[in-house]
Write a protein that binds this ligand. Sequence first.
Ligand code: HEC
Length: 183
Amino acid sequence: METKRLIVPLALVGLTLGVVSVSQGAKPSDDPEGDRVVRGFQIAPVHLTLRNRDRNLVGLGSYIVNAQAGCNDCHTNPSYAPGHDPYLGQPKQVNVAGYLAGGRAFGPIISRNITPDEHGLPAGLTLAEFKKVMRTGHDPDDPGELLQVMPWPVFQDMTDQDLRAIYEYLRSIPSLDSPYTEP
Ligand code: HEC
């Protein structure tokens, strides 16, 4: 009886120690971001300008933008090319002609053009300004107002490197005119 009572807790302790030692003993990946950088380049739907760019950041940024954060779903209008809308069961192809140029309406709120402006700045924002938008939701076009559709309360928890990667990627995509005019 006594022994049986002991065996269970001991087994549990053993199990816990085992788990801890396995996770401590697990070899860290040599390059944890490497796979994401490679995949990022594979899935970028548009031609990228890579001169004077940090390529690892561009690849990582593409991965975050295209495989994780869904920027295209809100910032491209329509999001998919004609005949290539996955929601209609068609083979997926992003609408390259309007990629991240904004124009999608959410009630009265319209998503913005986040492609590089004539100075090469994504959405016309410097890196510091871009990080501020992503971390605080303060509307750069309307000081004092908070962005109401943009999921900045989610994005604000990204690492500094992830935000820099998104910015470096957005700096590398084609510049497009906005499909709409500001009211
Ligand atoms: C759920 C839809 C949605 C998603 C997803 C989304 N956005 Fe937005 N974003 C918007 C809308 C709409 C606005 C404009 C106003 C608002 O939200 O009130 C905006 C505004 C912005 C702005 C401010 C631009 C400016 O100068 O005024 C930036 C920068 C931006 N988004 C970047 C991104 C990036 C980068 C991603 C992906 C990591 C992303 N957004 C994902 C909907 C979205």
